[in-house]
Design a protein around this ligand. Structure first.
Ligand code: GTP
Ligand code: MG
Length: 329
């Protein structure tokens, strides 16, 4: 007898920087959500799809739950709480530690209200003495009636099969929500802007990264004929006419992307641009390479920087940046 196809939604929640996005990327085997060593990297819900013979899991990555200090922070927390209502199973990610504080107790109180199965994922076990892990797990066991506790290393893809197994055990029989080829609900435009934000987050230090946003001003595809019409990427003629070719082998696709990095302070604008434009160039080059990989095409990226004071507290700007208007307080 063939097994029934299972499917459902799985929320990945926890405090900032515990590795939620890293885990989701490694579970589906593709980099979709951006990650960084700085907290509050993820700002919106990001859906990805894992399909296999047994069924389909739709993962919902969420912003880290934290004490909000502006409208954007409130938005991020609300997205995480809302996600809890949309899922069948919850993965709560924590770092391995013998200590749990007010932040963990707060999350536990939110989870309790859902009445849904909660699996504790103790991530980053590669960073601690293995013999300590059972003790840490025991501590968490006292905090919440978890359905299961699974120690993993998302970054090194250790023990991730146990997560998939634990999820499928708890998912109902269900339909295929997305076709087999679908990996995410994110548009290429959104992913491109997120890639630029990731590179900026990784290149910039201290308080600068938290105050940035990235907006794609335009993103256009161009097919160029190889040979004498060919122009180098980054040419001044990036807005030139679309050249249609009749042979794919003879042509290559170029994406012309104009994007702006929005920052809160004039002083930060200077840091983002860097001496003689060096920092912006570094962010631009790293972004272009990553976007080219994602688009499987050449990219001509132009980056600008603009100051928008207190944009994180401005509902209009947040809406323009694509944050869900229904969720902005
Ligand atoms: N050593 C180690 N580092 C990890 C592991 N998983 C994630 N990290 C690192 O932890 C940092 C945070 O990872 P993210 O995936 O961005 O964390 P997040 O929980 O999504 O963070 P927010 O989006 O800010 O809430 C990054 O530097 C990751 O490389 C792991 O298993 N081991
Ligand atoms: Mg994240």
């Amino acid at each position: 007898m063939t097994k029934k196809f299972k499917s459902g939604f799985v929320g990945i929640v926890g405090r900032p920087n515990v590795g939620k996005s890293t885990l989701m990327n490694h579970l589906i085997g593709q980099k979709i959500a951006i990650t960084s060593g700085k907290p509050q990297t993820t700002r919106n819900q990001i859906r990805t799809v894992y399909t296999c013979e047994e069924g389909q899991i739709i993962f919902l990555d969420t912003p880290g739950i934290h004490k909000a200090e502006n409208k954007l922070g409130e938005y991020m927390d609300d997205v995480a709480y809302e996600t809890l209502a949309q899922v069948d199973v919850i993965l709560w990610l924590v770092e391995p530690s013998a200590f749990s504080g007010a932040g963990e107790k707060f999350i536990a109180s939110k989870l309790k209200l859902t009445g849904k199965p909660v699996i504790l994922i103790m991530n980053k076990v590669d960073t601690v003495d293995k013999s300590k892990v059972p003790e840490y797990m025991q501590m968490y066991r006292k905090l919440y009636p978890f359905d299961e506790i699974i120690p993993v290393s998302a970054l090194r893809s250790v023990n991730l099969d146990s997560i998939l197994e634990a999820i499928f055990e708890r998912l109902p029989e269900g339909p295929m929500y997305y076709d087999e080829e679908t990996v995410t609900d994110q548009t290429q435009r959104t992913i491109a802007s997120e890639i630029i934000r990731e590179k900026a987050l990784r290149c910039l230090k201290e308080e600068v990264p938290h105050g940035i946003a990235v907006e794609i001003l335009s993103m256009k595809e161009r097919v160029r004929r190889a040979g004498k019409n060919r122009r180098g990427a980054g040419s001044e003629e990036a807005d030139g006419p679309v050249l249609v070719t009749d042979g794919a082998a003879e042509s290559d696709i170029i994406w012309d992307i104009d994007a702006v990095i929005i920052t809160e302070k004039d002083s930060h604008k200077g840091i983002i641009i860097g001496k003689g434009g060096s920092m912006l160039k570094r962010i631009g080059t790293q972004s272009r390479i990553a976007i080219e990989e994602m688009m499987e095409a050449k990219v001509n990226l132009k980056l600008f920087v603009k100051v928008r004071k207190d944009w994180r507290d401005n509902a209009g700007i947040l809406r323009n940046l694509g944050y869900d208007p229904k969720q902005i307080r």
